[in-house]
Write a protein that binds this ligand. Sequence first.
Ligand SMILES: [Zn+2]
Length: 46
Amino acid sequence: MDGERAEPLLWTCTACGYHVEGELPEKCPECGADRGEFEEVPKPDY
Ligand SMILES: [Zn+2]
């Protein structure tokens, strides 16, 4: 019964490895890669 998805997502830029939490940015602030370069990273369970 865990219907909530309030946890922020974690994304990683596959181009440079930059991590961003929450909303996917338009482009990577680090290397300027398109948002299509980002992959969602599953968060570890605490
Ligand atoms: Zn990047």
